[in-house]
Write a protein that binds this ligand. Structure first.
Ligand SMILES: [Zn+2]
Length: 102
């Protein structure tokens, strides 16, 4: 099951909600069946879109938070702020709901 794989990935990552700015480069990339990636950072998920990662709440809530990675995969640009709480669950492109562990 994809959801089990993803939760294992999240649990094994160094994801730490309490980290400050110094931990801003820690994120988790979750491959999607469509060939893109879902990026999770600080508990928020972002959808890959033409080289940028846009908050997954963009469509449903109009959240304009987004970030950009350089060629080495480092977060080089963060724009906007989330005005919603991080999702406890998010839906993958394959339709699975995945619970986020902290
Ligand atoms: Zn957002």
């Amino acid at each position: 099951m994809l959801s089990e794989e993803v939760t294992d990935l999240l649990q094994n990552s160094d994801f730490d909600d309490s980290s400050g700015e110094d931990g801003s480069e820690n994120y988790v990339l979750i491959p999607t069946p469509r060939g893109g990636n879902l990026l999770m950072w600080r508990g928020y998920t972002y959808s890959e879109m033409t080289g940028k990662y846009i908050c997954s709440a963009y469509k449903s809530r109009g959240c304009k938070a987004r970030l950009k990675l350089d060629r080495d995969g480092k977060i080089v640009l963060v724009q906007g702020e989330h005005y919603h709480d991080p999702p406890n669950y998010f839906k993958t492109h394959s339709g699975n709901y995945v619970k986020l562990y902290k």
